[in-house]
Write a protein that binds this ligand. Structure first.
Ligand SMILES: [Mg+2]
Length: 172
């Protein structure tokens, strides 16, 4: 069975916007790593992942993903990761609660770490993710990856819609 995997942070949950509101400016990153002081401020909110706002357009993206599931018999799952230092003991619980509040029909699987996401990939599986390394690793495992750019779902929506029409013609 082919699976449609949706990343959570930066795909359905707007981590960056919440961080910007907290810190008062856009994230300060070097090679995708957080500034330690900024990360500490986020870490002071141990229920951070429970309270993230939805991404703009996430409902449309999830509705497209549901069409793969409901019309083409794909599985549909969230595939998320916990922070690399495992410094949010509530992350598993809060991410599941978040998903249950907003998209209760979609179960949550965990990498558990970001670099483990690729181990979930079977050839042909689809991943929507905002991290370049996750998308590259997914591709290397024989999957199809749609990368979310600049914290906006606009491009990803176009690409997933195109893949849906391909799936449609493949299944007749
Ligand atoms: Mg992400």
């Amino acid at each position: 069975m082919t699976t449609f995997y949706l990343d959570m942070d930066g795909v359905v949950a707007d981590f960056d916007r919440a961080a910007e509101l907290l810190i008062g400016r856009p994230r300060n990153t070097t090679d995708g790593r957080w500034d330690p002081a900024d990360w500490q401020r986020i870490r002071n909110n141990q229920h951070w992942f429970r309270n993230l706002p939805k991404m703009q357009g996430s409902d449309q993206l999830v509705d497209l993903a549901r069409q793969f599931r409901d019309q083409h018999a794909w599985r549909l799952l969230f595939l998320t990761a916990i922070p690399r230092d495992n410094d949010f003991p509530w992350a598993f619980w809060d991410k599941i609660l978040w998903a249950q509040e907003h998209y209760p029909d979609i179960p949550v699987h965990f990498g558990p770490y970001s670099e483990d996401k690729q181990t979930h990939c079977q050839p042909g599986d689809l991943l929507v993710d905002d991290r370049r390394d996750n998308c590259q690793q997914w591709h290397d495992q024989g999957g199809i990856a749609v990368k979310v750019n600049d914290n906006s779902l606009d491009e990803a929506l176009v690409k997933v819609r195109a893949l849906l029409s391909t799936a449609r013609s493949a299944s007749g």
